[in-house]
Design a protein around this ligand. Structure first.
Ligand code: ZN
Length: 291
């Protein structure tokens, strides 16, 4: 099936009260797991790319894997750049065939956030590429990569989305989807979050566009279901996929007797764990059977 942007996907999700999963995927194994399981579950799916994974010629590798997987699938696949901070990043991926982007200026003040999000829309819209922006700010817990995985770090505290600003933001920017801060955090939770569902209901009532939840990993299932029932149409997942893969890989490597074992054999169990994590999210979000 040809690639799609996220507009129709999210509109259908909003209408029928489910959420489309966006899996941040770092390599071929993750891309295949996300798309093949989505295909099996008849779920629309969004593949998210993170900057470190598409640096340099990583972008060529990543997009080739994503297009191949999508080309083999019968379900709609959207290819989305997660957390771009510059317009140059957005132009670079659109030239390679991405169908959707996020411009994250959420750490800036309202005026600057509006300005930069509108600039992203100016680049993307004429090419049929959808744009997500963030109002309020979803902070980082313990991030899942590099040094941060070891030391952990605290981002600037969450700033919850103010409902009164939502309509103005969407109208001035022209974005297609809005990421909201309602109490989730990126990365791994030290303590379970408590989502501000009342705030979210209010935002959803006002917002002309579908809402997105970042920091979905580790959020208690009942709270995610509640968020979906009240208007969240896209949920971003990364840390839980990494946990599934890494913990299985650790077991496999710890038990390895023959150091000449083929990588394809070593990857069997981690890959199964990854797929189970993907399937669990699709079913939790209710996107199975929707494509
Ligand atoms: Zn995010």
């Amino acid at each position: 099936m040809p690639l799609v942007n996220m507009k129709e996907m999210l509109e259908d999700a909003r209408k029928h009260k489910y959420a489309v999963p966006m899996f941040d995927v770092s390599d071929h194994a993750m891309i295949r797991a996300a798309v093949e399981v989505a295909d099996d579950e008849k779920s629309p799916v969004i593949l998210g790319a993170l900057e470190p994974d598409i640096a340099g010629d990583g972008l060529d590798y990543w997009i080739a894997c994503a297009k191949m997987a999508a080309g083999n699938a019968k379900v709609p696949v959207c290819i989305h750049l997660d957390h771009a901070t510059t317009l140059a990043q957005i132009e670079r991926v659109i030239a390679k065939g991405f169908t959707s982007v996020m411009l994250d200026a959420s750490a800036e003040d309202f005026t600057e956030n509006v300005k930069r999000s509108a600039e992203a829309v100016g680049i993307a819209k004429s090419k049929g590429v959808t744009v997500e922006a963030e109002l309020g700010h979803v902070g980082d817990g313990i991030a899942g990569s590099g040094e941060n995985a070891v030391t952990g770090h605290e981002d600037a505290a969450d700033t919850l989305t103010e409902p009164a600003k939502v309509r103005e933001f969407v109208e001035k920017t022209g974005v297609d989807a809005l990421a909201v801060a309602i109490g989730t955090t990126h990365g791994v939770y030290v303590k379970a979050p408590v989502l501000d569902i009342e705030r979210m209901k209010e935002i959803n009532r006002i917002s002309p566009v579908p809402l997105v939840l970042h920091g979905g990993s580790g959020t208690p299932e009942d709270q995610l279901k509640n968020a979906i029932a009240n208007g969240i149409c896209k949920i971003n997942i990364y840390s839980e996929l990494l946990n599934a893969w890494n913990s299985s890989m650790k077991d496999v490597l710890n038990g390895l007797k023959n150091m000449s074992t083929w990588p394809s054999v070593i990857r069997i169990k981690p890959d199964a764990a990854l797929r189970e994590a993907v399937r669990g999210k699709i079913r939790l979000f209710g996107s199975n059977g929707k494509a």
